[in-house]
Design a protein around this ligand. Structure first.
Ligand SMILES: [Zn+2]
Length: 154
C-alpha cells in the first residue's frame, strides 16, 4: 500500500503569506520560535529564534459539517517543505496521537478513530485503518491538544 503523509500544501501557505493573513483572517505575523514548535509545512521542529508563524488551519477546502480548524505553527517564509511523503514523519512518531478517519462521503468513520500512546506502532495503526474498505483517508492530530498534524491518504 502506498501511503502518503502530506504536510500543509505549499501553494496554500504561499497564498496566505501573499494575502498577509491565514484563511480565517488572522494576520500572518512573524514570531520568534522558542525551539519546540512542530512545523506543519516541513515536519521539522523549530530552532530557537527561527522565524515562524502561528496560524489557524483546516485541511478542508470546501464547507463540511466535519470541518475542524485550529492552531498550527509553520515557517514564516516559504521553506523546503516535506518530500519524504511515503514515510510517517519522524517528528510525530513518538507523539500521543489521534488518528481520525473519514469515509468515502467525507463523513467521520467513528468506528475507526484510534488513540495512540507514545510507544504504540503509529505506522501499523495507520496501515490498519486505511485497510478498512470504508475508510478513504485520515487526519493525524495531537491527542493532547487536538492540533492537526497531517493528512494521510492511501
Ligand atoms: Zn517549514
Amino acid at each position: 500500500m502506498g501511503i502518503h503523509y502530506t504536510p500543509i500544501p505549499a501553494d496554500r501557505l504561499n497564498a496566505m503569506r501573499t494575502a498577509g493573513e491565514d484563511e480565517h483572517g488572522n494576520k500572518w505575523q512573524l514570531k520568534q520560535a522558542e525551539g519546540w514548535e512542530p512545523l506543519r509545512c516541513c515536519f521539522q521542529r523549530a530552532e530557537p529564534g527561527e522565524e515562524i508563524a502561528l496560524i489557524c488551519y483546516t485541511p478542508w477546502t470546501e464547507p463540511s459539517p466535519w470541518l475542524e480548524a485550529g492552531p498550527v505553527f509553520v515557517h514564516h517564509e516559504e521553506c523546503a517543505g516535506y518530500h519524504d511523503t511515503d514515510r510517517y514523519p519522524d517528528l510525530f512518531l513518538n507523539n500521543k496521537a489521534i488518528l481520525n478517519p473519514f469515509d468515502h462521503s467525507g463523513a467521520r468513520a467513528y468506528d475507526h478513530i484510534t488513540f495512540l500512546d507514545r510507544e504504540d506502532d503509529h505506522v501499523a495503526a495507520v496501515e490498519h485503518i486505511l485497510n478498512q474498505p470504508e475508510v478513504a483517508y485520515l487526519h493525524a492530530r495531537s491527542r493532547e491538544a487536538g492540533c492537526f498534524h497531517f493528512l494521510v491518504t492511501p
